[in-house]
Design a protein. Structure first.
Ligand code: G3P
Length: 219
């Protein structure tokens, strides 16, 4: 399962990329509003840095507007993925953009039917929001992910499942066990993923034993 960062902050994105933690980025209007003063400039920085999918969301509410914004965004860089919400105009726009070989990520997916519509629109990614559902009813986000995985495999659907709205490190493990293709993760969770107290304790002991041994490596 690939990991993406769910952020619009170029500093977070650069750190996560340099640490080798991520292979793509998902942004959304709320993340942009939180971290950006100049969004076009930040997107330019992100696109210069990341050689992998970068989802940028449209903000138009009409079919024509989404197609126009999506087409313009796709021209910024070959790595741009146009993020479109799972609303009726969105599915139409996604179908149109996908028919022109523009990569689309259908976002705000909360039902299997939305995920089926996304697949029928021919999009590259669908993003079920696990955390927002789990907060309403325990594990319902994971249940949705299972249903999408099962239905997509029944029909050999090529749309990739991008698990979003991640709340804790354990959600990533659950998404991987269910079979998400990608998980997009906030920076604060990403940077903690490598740590375990037994790894630290074990390494301290290895190094103490090594220093006391007087041995050297065969290099
Ligand atoms: O970027 C889409 C999604 O991951 C947002 O998650 O934390 O706003 O529920 P959240």
């Amino acid at each position: 399962m690939q990991l993406f960062i769910d952020s619009a902050d170029p500093i977070e994105i650069e750190n996560a990329y340099r640490l080798g933690l991520i292979s793509g980025v998902t942004t959304n209007p709320s993340l942009a509003a939180k971290s950006s003063q100049d969004y076009p400039k930040d997107i330019e920085k992100i696109l210069r840095l990341i050689h992998g999918p970068v989802s940028i969301e449209t903000v138009a509410t009409t079919y024509e507007g989404m197609v126009a914004e999506g087409t313009a965004l796709s021209r910024l860089n070959k790595h741009v993925v146009v993020k479109i919400p799972c609303v009726s105009e969105g599915f139409m726009a996604a179908k149109k953009l996908s028919s022109h070989n523009i990569a689309v990520n259908m976002t705000l997916c909360f039902t299997l039917n939305q995920a089926l519509l996304a697949a029928n629109a021919g999009v590259l990614f669908v993003s079920p929001f696990l955390g927002r559902l789990n907060e309403i009813e325990r594990n319902s986000g994971f249940e949705l992910l299972k249903k999408i995985k099962q239905a997509y495999s029944n029909y050999n659907i090529k749309t990739k499942i991008l698990a979003a709205s991640i709340r804790q490190a354990e959600d990533i493990e659950t998404a991987a066990l269910i079979g998400a293709d990608i998980c997009t993760v906030p920076y604060n969770i990403l940077i903690g993923l490598s740590a375990h107290p037994l790894t630290k304790k074990g390494l301290d002991k290895f190094l103490t034993d090594w220093k006391g041994s007087g041995l050297s490596l065969p290099v």
